[in-house]
Design a protein around this ligand. Structure first.
Ligand SMILES: [Zn+2]
Ligand SMILES: [Zn+2]
Length: 117
């Protein structure tokens, strides 16, 4: 406990706000004497600025498109637009037909056609 050097009354601890920080001071309520309290320094509360992580831009690819991207391509003429490249995949046909049917999809116009044998 500290006393005022001027009037000898008790000093009251008070928080003094400045632009930069909050400091603890001792104030005499009687004469208005102010004394900087060296101990018990109040650390200014710094608001933490949390930078939100920018969401990664995820390219939206349709399932069908994604599937097609993994498909191999073959040089075949598209009956619709005459393009010479098409995706190729095989579909196992059930039943009496033992062989699988090859399907093509034009890389240009997306026209899907099957192998004519
Ligand atoms: Zn005083
Ligand atoms: Zn085509």
């Amino acid at each position: 406990m500290e006393f005022c050097p001027k009037c000898e009354s008790r000093l009251v601890p008070k928080k003094e706000k400045t632009v930069k920080k909050i400091s603890l001071i001792l104030v005499c309520l009687k004469c208005g004497y102010k004394k900087q309290a060296l101990s018990n320094k109040v650390a200014p509360k710094v608001a933490k600025i949390i930078q939100p992580h920018p969401q990664k831009l995820v390219a939206v690819i349709g399932r069908e498109e994604q599937k097609l991207r993994t498909l191999p391509t073959i040089k075949i003429e598209c009956p619709r637009c005459g393009n010479n490249l098409a995706y190729v995949w095989q579909v196992q046909t059930r039943g009496a037909d033992e062989s699988s049917t090859q399907f093509f999809r034009c890389t240009k116009c997306g026209y899907t056609f099957r192998e004519y044998s």
